[in-house]
Design a protein around this ligand. Sequence first.
Ligand SMILES: Cc1cc2nc3c(=O)[nH]c(=O)nc-3n(C[C@H](O)[C@H](O)[C@H](O)COP(=O)(O)OP(=O)(O)OC[C@H]3O[C@@H](n4cnc5c(N)ncnc54)[C@H](O)[C@@H]3O)c2cc1C
Length: 392
Amino acid sequence: MNVQAQPVADTGVGDEDKALFEEMVRRILEQEVAPDYERWEQAHQLPRELWYRLGEAGLLGVDLPEALGGSAAGVEICLMICEEISRQGFGGLASGYNIHANIVMPYILHLGSEAQQQYWLPRMASGEVLGAIAMTEPGAGSDLAAMRSTAERVDGGWKLNGAKVFITNGQLADMVIVCAKTDPSAGARGVSLFLVDTSLPGFSRGKSIRKIGQHASDTAELFFDDLIVPDDALLGEAGKGFVYLMQELPRERLGVGAQALGAIEGALQLTLDYVQQRRAFGQRIADFQNTRFTLAEVRAQLEMGCAYFNQCLQRYAVGEMSGMDAATLKLMLSEMQCRSIDRCLQLFGGYGYTLEYPISRFYVDARIQTIYAGTSEIMKEVIARDMLGRTA
Ligand SMILES: Cc1cc2nc3c(=O)[nH]c(=O)nc-3n(C[C@H](O)[C@H](O)[C@H](O)COP(=O)(O)OP(=O)(O)OC[C@H]3O[C@@H](n4cnc5c(N)ncnc54)[C@H](O)[C@@H]3O)c2cc1C
């Protein structure tokens, strides 16, 4: 059986162009990332220069208008890059890329003023500015409305105070979208978003958080201590932060879905190769019925996941992907990723548990996918609420 690269999208760009772009992305990753990725995993950090190289190669902001430094290529190309990075086994880079190019850039494109777009996006497309988004706090993860960071109105701007945790790209970011309460008495209606330049006084970074996987992706604590940002750092309107977060969730969850599909495909390919070489009881591991059934199930799930992903992408392209679609996609694909890769690893026997075999990296990198960007339990709540209404 030979797994073909699965194009993730059916909208916009023609299939031939997409295939050409996919081939180019594959080559760039093989040249720029593959030779050094293991070293970056061990350093628990991607090198800052990598973002310049990805920018130079045209992989950042592909779906931005050309006037803002992009290639006007369509969202499906950005998602295809997420998928391909994952497929090659670079889960940590996939998360950092997803945050920078598939989340932070679209926030600015969709919500930013013309001046904000002009100021940040061309430099994000070239890799000169690396982006992050800071929602989670030590006391507010799933329950984001409990956030305690504040932004208080001062002459000519806003004064930010608070702390964030688990921020992807946090150690290297030049700009962070920070969620803070501008009206702490208004609950979810009092949250606003700010484009924070990390070189400003009052911004600091804590330690890099050690994780069980996605080692090359840095995950940091951030602190704001009487950090003054100018008026024009406010993204969109004050008090609408939560509305904006909800509005942008479909894109974020498509990114997680693309990562999941890529990782399943990459893990399946590794497994196919392995089981045809390794022998036990006088035959190939591939010849045991259990192996064949496992591979068939993973493949069948991948096809189903791909079909639902494409359906969501088509809805997204016409502005009709709902919060319910996004929750269903995120829940199903991230859970499918963890389960499928676990079953693939099993077919490697003890070798699958060693660092020598890249299937083990696929396994540890997958685990966070059911947690960040909204946990599986929160996704189920969203889906149940859609059917049953809110519980007391
Ligand atoms: C590697 C990594 C990268 C991350 N990147 C970012 C980032 O770039 N930016 C950012 O802002 N955040 C980021 N996060 C944070 C991530 O989004 C949160 O960890 C996640 O939303 C869960 O929040 P929490 O960890 O506080 O868990 P909690 O909210 O404390 O949840 C603990 C458990 O309780 C369950 N639970 C909570 N509420 C309910 C409920 N209502 N019903 C049922 N079960 C419930 C959860 O599902 C979970 O199983 C990252 C986290 C990690 C580990």
